[in-house]
Design a protein. Structure first.
Length: 200
Protein backbone atom coordinates (compact mmCIF):
# COMPACT_ATOMS: atom_id res chain seq x y z
CA UNK A 1 0.00 0.00 0.00
CA UNK A 2 1.21 3.49 -0.82
CA UNK A 3 2.61 5.18 2.36
CA UNK A 4 0.37 8.18 1.83
CA UNK A 5 -2.72 6.00 1.57
CA UNK A 6 -1.67 4.02 4.64
CA UNK A 7 -1.22 7.20 6.66
CA UNK A 8 -4.65 8.45 5.61
CA UNK A 9 -6.27 5.11 6.53
CA UNK A 10 -4.67 5.12 9.99
CA UNK A 11 -5.69 8.73 10.65
CA UNK A 12 -9.30 7.90 9.79
CA UNK A 13 -9.60 4.90 12.16
CA UNK A 14 -10.25 6.98 15.30
CA UNK A 15 -13.09 9.04 13.80
CA UNK A 16 -14.46 5.86 12.22
CA UNK A 17 -14.60 4.11 15.60
CA UNK A 18 -16.34 7.13 17.12
CA UNK A 19 -18.89 7.18 14.29
CA UNK A 20 -19.59 3.43 14.64
CA UNK A 21 -20.06 3.79 18.40
CA UNK A 22 -22.43 6.73 18.04
CA UNK A 23 -24.33 5.01 15.25
CA UNK A 24 -24.97 2.14 17.65
CA UNK A 25 -25.94 4.64 20.39
CA UNK A 26 -23.26 3.20 22.65
CA UNK A 27 -21.15 4.99 25.26
CA UNK A 28 -17.44 4.48 25.81
CA UNK A 29 -18.37 2.47 28.91
CA UNK A 30 -20.66 0.23 26.80
CA UNK A 31 -17.83 -0.54 24.36
CA UNK A 32 -15.43 -1.02 27.27
CA UNK A 33 -17.68 -3.65 28.84
CA UNK A 34 -18.06 -5.53 25.55
CA UNK A 35 -14.41 -5.34 24.45
CA UNK A 36 -12.47 -5.49 27.71
CA UNK A 37 -10.63 -2.27 26.71
CA UNK A 38 -10.69 0.57 29.24
CA UNK A 39 -12.84 3.62 28.51
CA UNK A 40 -9.80 5.91 28.73
CA UNK A 41 -7.93 3.85 26.12
CA UNK A 42 -10.99 3.89 23.85
CA UNK A 43 -11.22 7.66 24.20
CA UNK A 44 -7.55 8.08 23.25
CA UNK A 45 -7.98 5.75 20.26
CA UNK A 46 -10.96 7.75 18.99
CA UNK A 47 -9.13 11.06 19.38
CA UNK A 48 -5.94 9.78 17.72
CA UNK A 49 -3.87 10.11 20.91
CA UNK A 50 -3.18 6.36 21.08
CA UNK A 51 -1.66 4.17 18.38
CA UNK A 52 -3.67 1.18 17.19
CA UNK A 53 -2.38 -2.34 17.81
CA UNK A 54 -3.83 -5.66 16.68
CA UNK A 55 -4.81 -6.68 20.22
CA UNK A 56 -6.93 -3.51 20.45
CA UNK A 57 -8.46 -3.72 16.98
CA UNK A 58 -9.50 -7.39 17.11
CA UNK A 59 -11.95 -7.09 20.04
CA UNK A 60 -13.32 -3.85 18.56
CA UNK A 61 -13.96 -5.64 15.26
CA UNK A 62 -15.94 -8.28 17.19
CA UNK A 63 -17.93 -5.65 19.12
CA UNK A 64 -18.91 -3.83 15.93
CA UNK A 65 -19.47 -7.04 13.97
CA UNK A 66 -17.10 -6.05 11.17
CA UNK A 67 -14.12 -7.71 9.48
CA UNK A 68 -10.88 -6.03 10.49
CA UNK A 69 -10.27 -4.45 7.07
CA UNK A 70 -13.74 -2.91 7.08
CA UNK A 71 -13.33 -1.67 10.65
CA UNK A 72 -10.21 0.30 9.71
CA UNK A 73 -11.62 1.38 6.34
CA UNK A 74 -8.93 -0.31 4.26
CA UNK A 75 -9.24 0.49 0.54
CA UNK A 76 -10.91 -2.21 -1.59
CA UNK A 77 -8.71 -4.78 -3.30
CA UNK A 78 -10.86 -5.04 -6.42
CA UNK A 79 -12.17 -8.50 -5.46
CA UNK A 80 -15.98 -8.24 -5.17
CA UNK A 81 -16.38 -11.45 -3.16
CA UNK A 82 -17.08 -11.32 0.56
CA UNK A 83 -14.11 -12.38 2.67
CA UNK A 84 -15.47 -13.03 6.13
CA UNK A 85 -12.59 -13.91 8.43
CA UNK A 86 -12.73 -15.55 11.86
CA UNK A 87 -11.46 -13.45 14.76
CA UNK A 88 -9.86 -14.88 17.90
CA UNK A 89 -11.04 -13.02 21.02
CA UNK A 90 -8.05 -12.32 23.32
CA UNK A 91 -8.26 -13.90 26.78
CA UNK A 92 -11.30 -16.08 25.97
CA UNK A 93 -10.07 -18.64 23.47
CA UNK A 94 -13.26 -17.87 21.57
CA UNK A 95 -13.38 -17.68 17.78
CA UNK A 96 -15.99 -15.40 16.19
CA UNK A 97 -16.93 -15.26 12.52
CA UNK A 98 -18.98 -12.22 11.40
CA UNK A 99 -21.68 -13.31 8.96
CA UNK A 100 -22.74 -9.86 7.76
CA UNK A 101 -20.81 -6.84 6.47
CA UNK A 102 -22.72 -3.82 7.72
CA UNK A 103 -22.40 -1.52 10.72
CA UNK A 104 -26.13 -0.88 11.25
CA UNK A 105 -28.95 -3.25 12.10
CA UNK A 106 -28.66 -6.64 13.82
CA UNK A 107 -25.22 -8.24 13.88
CA UNK A 108 -24.96 -11.95 13.12
CA UNK A 109 -21.99 -14.09 14.20
CA UNK A 110 -20.95 -17.70 14.43
CA UNK A 111 -19.09 -18.49 17.68
CA UNK A 112 -16.88 -21.40 18.68
CA UNK A 113 -16.12 -21.74 22.39
CA UNK A 114 -13.48 -24.28 23.44
CA UNK A 115 -13.96 -26.51 26.47
CA UNK A 116 -14.44 -24.55 29.73
CA UNK A 117 -14.38 -21.21 27.91
CA UNK A 118 -16.66 -18.28 28.78
CA UNK A 119 -17.51 -14.97 27.13
CA UNK A 120 -17.50 -13.14 30.46
CA UNK A 121 -14.91 -10.40 30.79
CA UNK A 122 -12.83 -9.75 33.87
CA UNK A 123 -14.10 -13.04 35.32
CA UNK A 124 -17.55 -11.49 35.90
CA UNK A 125 -20.88 -11.06 34.20
CA UNK A 126 -21.17 -8.06 31.87
CA UNK A 127 -24.11 -5.98 30.66
CA UNK A 128 -24.72 -3.56 27.80
CA UNK A 129 -27.59 -2.12 25.80
CA UNK A 130 -29.12 -4.53 23.30
CA UNK A 131 -30.97 -7.80 22.80
CA UNK A 132 -29.52 -11.17 21.81
CA UNK A 133 -30.80 -14.36 20.20
CA UNK A 134 -28.72 -17.56 20.38
CA UNK A 135 -29.02 -20.85 18.47
CA UNK A 136 -26.76 -23.82 19.33
CA UNK A 137 -25.48 -25.93 16.43
CA UNK A 138 -23.15 -28.26 18.32
CA UNK A 139 -22.39 -29.05 21.96
CA UNK A 140 -23.98 -27.56 25.09
CA UNK A 141 -24.04 -23.83 25.88
CA UNK A 142 -24.71 -22.40 29.33
CA UNK A 143 -26.20 -18.89 29.42
CA UNK A 144 -26.54 -16.83 32.58
CA UNK A 145 -28.63 -13.65 32.39
CA UNK A 146 -29.47 -11.83 35.59
CA UNK A 147 -30.65 -14.36 38.17
CA UNK A 148 -31.55 -17.02 35.57
CA UNK A 149 -29.51 -19.71 33.86
CA UNK A 150 -30.26 -22.08 30.99
CA UNK A 151 -28.28 -24.82 29.24
CA UNK A 152 -29.01 -25.20 25.53
CA UNK A 153 -28.17 -28.27 23.43
CA UNK A 154 -27.81 -28.50 19.66
CA UNK A 155 -31.02 -27.46 17.92
CA UNK A 156 -32.24 -25.24 20.77
CA UNK A 157 -32.51 -21.44 20.83
CA UNK A 158 -33.21 -18.69 23.34
CA UNK A 159 -33.23 -14.91 23.68
CA UNK A 160 -32.35 -12.45 26.43
CA UNK A 161 -32.01 -8.75 27.20
CA UNK A 162 -28.29 -7.91 27.28
CA UNK A 163 -28.94 -5.14 29.82
CA UNK A 164 -29.02 -8.02 32.31
CA UNK A 165 -25.55 -9.03 33.60
CA UNK A 166 -24.79 -12.09 31.48
CA UNK A 167 -22.24 -14.58 30.23
CA UNK A 168 -22.14 -17.55 27.84
CA UNK A 169 -19.96 -20.55 28.63
CA UNK A 170 -19.19 -24.01 27.28
CA UNK A 171 -21.08 -26.65 29.30
CA UNK A 172 -19.67 -29.60 27.38
CA UNK A 173 -16.47 -31.62 27.02
CA UNK A 174 -16.19 -30.59 23.38
CA UNK A 175 -16.18 -27.18 21.65
CA UNK A 176 -19.61 -25.60 21.40
CA UNK A 177 -20.71 -23.85 18.21
CA UNK A 178 -23.58 -21.37 18.15
CA UNK A 179 -25.07 -18.53 16.16
CA UNK A 180 -25.88 -15.18 17.75
CA UNK A 181 -28.00 -12.33 16.47
CA UNK A 182 -27.45 -9.10 18.40
CA UNK A 183 -29.64 -6.04 18.01
CA UNK A 184 -29.36 -2.59 19.55
CA UNK A 185 -31.77 -1.74 22.34
CA UNK A 186 -35.30 -1.57 20.99
CA UNK A 187 -34.59 -3.94 18.09
CA UNK A 188 -36.51 -7.17 18.60
CA UNK A 189 -36.83 -10.16 16.31
CA UNK A 190 -40.36 -10.42 14.91
CA UNK A 191 -41.64 -13.97 14.52
CA UNK A 192 -44.08 -14.11 11.60
CA UNK A 193 -46.85 -16.70 12.03
CA UNK A 194 -49.32 -15.45 9.40
CA UNK A 195 -48.71 -18.24 6.88
CA UNK A 196 -51.13 -18.53 3.99
CA UNK A 197 -51.95 -21.37 1.62
CA UNK A 198 -50.18 -21.16 -1.71
CA UNK A 199 -52.16 -21.50 -4.89
CA UNK A 200 -50.60 -23.24 -7.86
Amino acid sequence: MDPGVLKAVLQAVGPRLRALRRQGRATLDDISERSGISSSTLSRLESGQRKFTLDLLLPLAVVHGLPLDELVGAPPTGDPRLHLRPVAVPGQGQTVLPLVRHSGGPHVHKHVLPVRATTATRQSLHAHAGYSWVYVMRGRLSITAGSRRVVLVAGEATEFDTRLPHSLSNADEQPVEFLSVFGAQGERMRIVTSWVECSE
